[in-house]
Design a protein. Structure first.
Ligand SMILES: [Zn+2]
Length: 439
């Protein structure tokens, strides 16, 4: 089976950016053929094998399959919010060929039975790949380390207690040292619970106006500083999840200037929204870490622009109406992100904050590098490919989402650019053209 992806702008960050055809045979990329627009190349003349399917990518971006390294798929335990299948489908519809599933399920992914269940269900979903992330501590309780070696053998690509911080400094030290010997990335949810002290939204004038308990920036940045120190002491890499504050960005920038093995991600809501969104979006603007001030939002953008923040991830956190249609201080934290992330992140390109190639890197090759997984458009590589239409303008409508949940503050936003085809291992798992025909 041969597929030709024809005439798109092929971007493999740092390697190629040209108009080209990509030839896929079965599950692999076999060729990337540059087209010379001046010569009006007829690509048919360059390949002798019969092509069984042609995908017209004229005017589109063809890039390595996007990877969302931070999602919550809720299965096992909370299948009313999301399942592995619905989450993997939502990912494919959002242009992602792979997602990393955080371990805060019920039971927790701190053992191989859960890891293997996730992999089994993901294989059946016929959508995006799902890479399980194992827990750092048993039951996410922050007391006893999991057996990282065992988890890695069963298929986890990283470890994290995400949802909870590792409050015990000594345990984090042990975790980083143990993970280093196994070359297993550690993803840290940075939050000092003593400093959070019951806060439910960003500390500041909006919290004061709404009479809600505030969460200080220090609750995040103090823990970022701790993790940088432990990384420096152990020489072990650490990846900081969902960076939200200016102080965290400054600390990461300083760490990177010392060449420490520290990487970081943020999510679209932190570079697009501020705590003011709580006033009109209510609990759909409640997440952890919380939406911050305009100063923080600007610092996150600066961190993305100068490379301090390596990755854009969604922190896709599905919740049902029942967990969100309650008083703000009682509501669950988090929003869904898989099906809006590409369009939302493209605003950074439209506004000149980062280049298209930088954006694609932050959503594909950078997470792949941190996780140690294959990614790219080289001949011989797995045919994991995303095609993006950079120009289509549309309104976000959560009712069209494949996710089982609807907790998205961007519902109704008019956005420019969206994924139109997702290919995993040579198989088309999402095709906007077909989707439009069906509906
Ligand atoms: Zn987290």
């Amino acid at each position: 089976m041969l597929i030709r992806i024809q005439g798109g702008r092929v971007i493999d960050p740092g390697r190629i950016d040209l108009i080209a055809d990509i030839i896929v045979e079965d599950d692999k990329i076999v060729d990337v053929i540059a087209l010379d627009p001046a010569k009006d190349d007829k690509p048919e003349s360059q390949v002798t094998d019969p092509v069984s399917q042609t995908i017209d990518a004229t005017g589109k971006i063809v890039c390595p399959g996007l990877i969302d390294m931070h999602v919550h798929l809720r299965e096992p335990g909370h299948e009313h919010k999301e399942t592995i299948e619905s989450g993997a489908r939502a990912a494919a519809w959002g242009g992602f060929t792979a997602v990393c599933a955080m371990p805060n399920t019920e039971p927790v992914n701190d053992n191989c039975q859960v890891t293997e269940l996730i992999l089994r269900k993901a294989a059946r979903a016929n959508a995006a790949r799902v890479y399980p992330v194992g827990a750092i501590s048993l039951g996410l309780e922050g007391r006893q380390l999991c057996n990282f070696e065992h988890l890695k053998t069963c298929g986890v690509v990283a470890v994290s207690d995400d949802g909870n911080p590792v409050m015990d400094d000594a345990l984090m030290h042990k975790a980083l040292a143990a993970a280093k010997t196994l070359q297993l990335p550690v993803i840290s949810h940075c939050e000092d619970l003593n400093l959070v002290a019951g806060g439910v939204m960003n500390a500041g004038s909006v919290a004061a106006e709404l009479q809600l308990a505030g969460i200080s920036n220090t609750s995040e940045s103090a823990m970022v500083a701790r993790d940088i120190a432990v990384s420096e002491a152990t020489g072990a890499p650490v990846h900081i999840a969902h960076v939200s504050t200016a102080e965290s960005v400054a600390a990461l920038r300083a760490a990177k200037s010392k060449n420490l093995a520290v990487t970081a991600e943020t999510a679209p809501h932190y570079f697009l929204l501020t705590d003011a969104a709580v006033k009109n979006r209510g609990t759909h603007a409640k997440m952890n870490p919380p939406l911050r001030s305009e100063k923080d939002r600007a610092a996150i953008r600066q961190g993305l622009a100068d490379g301090t923040i390596d990755v854009i991830a969604t922190d896709h956190a599905p919740h049902s109406e029942r967990e969100k249609a309650v008083a703000f201080d009682q509501a669950a934290n988090g929003i869904i992100g898989l099906e809006s992330a590409v369009s939302l992140s493209l605003t950074l390109v439209h506004e000149g904050v980062i280049s298209l190639s930088e954006l694609i890197a932050k959503m594909s090759t950078q997470p792949a590098r941190i996780l140690g997984i294959e990614c790219g458009l080289k001949p011989g590589a797995s045919a994991d490919i995303t095609i993006i239409d950079p120009n289509v303008v549309y309104d976000v409508d959560v009712n069209h989402f494949k996710s089982l949940s609807r907790n998205c503050p961007f519902d109704g936003w008019r956005l420019k650019g969206r994924p139109c085809l997702t290919m995993v291992s040579g198989k088309i798992v999402f095709n906007a053209a077909e989707e439009c025909k069906d509906s």
